[in-house]
Design a protein around this ligand. Structure first.
Ligand code: FE2
Length: 290
């Protein structure tokens, strides 16, 4: 394993907004920018978990929008691949699966649109971002501490999450890549996936997702929030550009074209609308002195 470069943001002093996977979806990206402005959160406290360019119709314009916005961005496997001018997206799809076949189509399309400046920007992105919020120390990675393209879902074995928490030595890991939002407390530590804005969460709604981390009395308030955007226009753009119908249709139906990358327990959640949620993650209680 190559050790990822780390950007340490230090101690942040207000709400942090986290989102993942713009996936070349310009309409969703513009909606996220507008929502952050409405919430009054500056780019220094906004973190993207990577995969700016993927399935949807506007790879160059979406990259330009993220670059111009100036949010903190973790390198995803897509940035790693496009930056290196690799032959494929490096998503970790098994060969011959539907995702693998469709990825060849969208990757070739996006690869033809990106400029040398886009690729140079992608190459300099950190593989890991760390920060402190309240009394908690966070690390943000794209997949896991082990691999940039490891799929970590809520129903993924907890030991996979503990391994990343242990390796990174933090109170919380924020991951991306897998595309479904969740929060999970593991013996007082946290795994959080903010979800993605570029594709729905396989819950039969076209909504996309982001997370808010807000300092509060006694801990941090963790919120998973949905975002509505012009998904009809985004799907229309994909079809006009002859991109895979499986993903264009997903923008409207909210259902993924397949669930090859999901563990069995995760597949059972398909089609069930995800609820927005918010809870207080309490500060760790110091061990009592003997
Ligand atoms: Fe990814």
């Amino acid at each position: 394993m190559v050790e990822a470069s780390t950007l340490d943001l230090g101690k942040l002093d207000g709400p942090v907004l986290v989102f993942g996977g713009p996936y070349s979806n310009l309409q969703a990206t513009e909606a996220m920018i507008a929502k952050a402005g409405h919430l009054g959160i500056p780019p220094e406290r906004i973190i993207c978990t990577g995969d700016i360019v993927a399935y949807a119709g506007d790879p160059a314009a979406t990259t330009d929008a993220i670059m111009d916005w100036g949010v903190v961005t973790v390198m995803g496997n897509c940035e790693e691949s496009f930056g290196a001018e690799a032959d494929d997206c490096g998503c970790g799809f098994d060969e011959g699966t539907e995702c693998d076949v469709m990825s060849r189509q969208w990757y070739a399309y996006a690869n033809a649109q990106l400029t040398p400046a886009h690729r140079a920007w992608m190459r300099q992105l950190p593989g890991r971002v760390e920060f402190q919020l309240g009394r908690r120390r966070f690390a943000v990675v794209h997949g896991s501490a082990v691999s940039i393209n490891e799929f970590v879902f809520e129903k993924t074995d907890d030991d996979i999450k503990r391994e990343s928490l242990d390796r990174l030595g933090v109170d919380a890991v924020i991951g991306g890549h897998s595309g479904v939002p969740f929060t999970q407390i593991l013996e007082g530590r946290l795994w959080l996936n903010a979800g993605v804005i570029g594709m729905p969460a396989n819950d039969m709604t076209p909504r996309v997702w982001y997370a808010l981390l807000t300092p509060a009395d006694g801990g941090l308030e963790l919120s998973l929030c949905s975002l509505d955007y012009d998904h009809v226009s985004a799907a229309r753009t994909m079809r006009a550009r002859k991109l895979p119908e499986g993903y264009a249709g997903c923008l409207e139906s909210g259902l993924w074209p397949n669930m090859d990358v999901m563990p069995p327990g995760e597949r059972e959640k398909a089609g069930k609308p995800i609820q927005t949620s918010s809870f207080l993650w309490p500060d760790a209680v110091p061990a009592a002195a003997d």
